[in-house]
Design a protein around this ligand. Structure first.
Ligand code: MCA
Ligand code: AMP
Length: 506
């Protein structure tokens, strides 16, 4: 069945299987599809009273809870645009998003309400709260709104911010059609059904946890074994009751370190999915040996949702992300001209399909510069296709570091480091890390006569940057390596510091 919005898909499940469990929680609580709809209706009523109308943005920085998913659906019910924010973002980071997206409502944790009070501006920006124990102003009203505002499939459903090489975050605008088409393609490809029980240990402010895991569940009437965050012990405990796990490579690295990861525990599982960052072929092989399961690796990004996936039936090739999903076209092209390259050659990975976003929020020029004339989106990843059409991601043209599945653009940190009075200039790089895959190292050149200390530099960054963006090491050098054009040679720095975390536990 095709749905215009994820809310429609959810409503289909509510009417077909109202008593099916949507949330199965660690404290033993179970919340059905019909009960979730009641929460959605209550939240939708509060949003309406706060003045939210079609097209308004609702910015959300809350801890993971069933009510936070109900909030996502309630925003769609109002015809509004869901704007989730990482809970690790600091006030300074938040100011940027609010100034850029101009949301009608900001939803925060009740404990943060005082910090955010100064952001409220009459009915221009209303601050609401939502906690993890059924608390918060969003749930206080007793009214319920049953009707959904009509929207078009091409209307924006969500804005997700991704940082950029310029250091300025861009809001990727995803339409209802982007979300429903991608969820539908994945449901079919991974044979997802209402019988599935998905271990959900990802955050819900990114595409992976929200638009892959949750949307697929809502579309099929499946159950979420819903954890507040990843915890290897808890995941191991849940495996015998579950059928699917979706995670970033760090999940699998940590599970492999767990002595109780065994084939017996995984006997009822039908699918392990990895994505958001490269899964080491070594981990893929070790996992298969320990559990008998070949992890299914797939590839996506915020702007496009999922693009490629190893097959459910058929060969899952370690080190590849599989062929394009049905309906999605992937081209490996010459980065300069956009001309398609022959099989086996590494080039710019470009994508076209119903999954590809409509553009960056209020950045038409930036948007235009990342699309080819024929509609292919330039991902910034480098890769090649093999004879069987499997894509391998081999690098990135964008200066991006992925730490534990979270993206960090070095420029954002370099801009801050360069403001430090003892720093003349800086370069931030990603180096291999045994737990997070990659982690950040800051290389700084002292201002004349200064001797910056690692502790002081790190202290300077804390409070200005979310924790996951803070470098785990700072190195002071006399000069940055540069090529004849004067461009900083980050590859050389990456080689120099490649072993900094090898053999450590971080
Ligand atoms: C936590 N910390 C991190 C990270 N996470 N530092 C760097 N990178 C991270 N990813 C900090 C914590 O604040 C803490 O600092 C210290 O590192 C260790 O915390 P720990 O307890 O080990 O972390 P955790 O809470 O267990 O989290 C690690 C994690 C988590 C499970 C890997 O980051 C996670 O769930 N990542 C998934 C992110 C995700 O959903 N990505 C998908 C993006 P201290 O000890 O000093 O307080 S969507 C996407 O990429 C596309 C669309 C796609 O293809 O999916
Ligand atoms: P984000 O901007 O958070 O959506 O991250 C998207 C980026 O994550 C992609 O452009 C890739 O660089 C990377 N990525 C996602 N999945 C994979 C994967 N399976 N293998 C390698 N890189 C990946």
């Amino acid at each position: 069945m095709t749905h215009t919005t994820m809310l429609d898909a959810f409503h289909t499940q509510v009417s077909e299987r109202p008593d099916a469990v949507l949330f199965d929680l660690p404290d033993g609580r179970r919340i059905s599809y019909a009960q979730t709809r009641e929460i959605v209706q209550r939240v939708a009523s509060t949003l309406r009273e706060a003045g939210v109308v079609r097209g308004d943005r609702v910015a959300v920085q809350v801890e993971k809870s069933p009510e936070a998913i109900a909030l996502y659906l309630a925003v769609l019910q109002r015809g509004a645009v869901f704007l989730p924010l990482n809970t690790a973002y600091t006030g300074a980071e938040l100011d940027y998003f609010i100034d850029d997206a101009r949301p009608r409502v900001l939803v925060c944790d009740p404990s943060a309400a005082t910090d955010h009070a100064h952001r409220a501006q009459g009915d221009q920006l209303v601050v609401e709260t939502l906690g993890t124990t059924g608390d918060g102003s969003l749930l206080e009203g007793s009214d319920r709104d049953a009707d959904a505002e009509p929207v078009d499939a091409s209307d924006p459903a969500a804005i997700l911010y991704t940082s950029g090489t310029t250091g300025r975050s861009k809001g990727a605008v995803l339409t209802h059609a982007n979300l429903t088409s991608n969820a539908q393609a994945l449901v079919e490809e991974w044979r997802f059904t209402g019988e599935d029980r998905l271990i959900h240990a990802l955050p819900i402010f990114h595409v992976h946890g929200l638009f892959v895991a949750v949307n697929m569940t809502l579309m099929t009437g499946a159950t979420l074994l819903y954890l507040p965050r990843f915890d290897a012990d808890r995941v191991i405990d849940l495996l015998p009751r579950a059928s699917v796990l979706m995670g970033v490579p760090t999940f699998y690295t940590r599970l492999l370190e767990h002595p109780e990861l065994t084939a017996e525990r995984c006997a009822h599982m039908r699918l392990f999915v990895s994505g958001s960052a490269p899964l080491l072929a070594r981990d893929h092989e070790a996992f298969a040996e320990r559990t008998g399961h070949a992890i299914l690796e797939r590839y996506g990004m915020t702007e496009t949702g999922m693009n490629a996936s190893n097959p459910y039936v058929g060969q899952r090739k370690p080190g590849t992300v599989g062929p394009p999903l049905p309906g999605v076209e992937i081209k490996v092209a010459d980065g300069e001209t956009g001309a398609e390259l022959p099989v086996g050659e590494v080039g710019s990975v470009e994508v076209r399909g119903p999954n590809v976003f409509s553009g960056y929020w209020q950045m038409p020029e930036k948007t235009a510069s990342e699309f080819r004339e024929d509609g292919f989106f330039i991902t910034g990843d480098l890769g090649s296709l093999d004879e069987q059409g499997y894509l391998s991601i081999s690098g990135r043209t964008k200066d991006l570091v992925i730490s534990g599945g979270l993206n960090v653009y070095p420029k954002e940190i370099e801009i801050l480091l360069d403001e430090h009075p003892q720093v003349l200039e800086s370069a931030v790089i990603g180096v291999p890390h045994p737990d997070f895959g990659e982690t950040l190292v800051a290389v700084v050149v002292p201002a004349s006569g200064e001797q910056p200390e690692e502790g002081a530099v790190r202290e300077f960054l804390s409070g200005r940057l979310a924790k996951f963006k803070q470098p785990r090491a700072v190195r002071v050098v006399d000069a940055l390596p540069r090529n004849v054009m004067g461009k900083v040679q980050k590859a050389e720095l990456r080689t120099r510091y490649a072993d900094l975390f090898v053999g450590t536990d971080g």
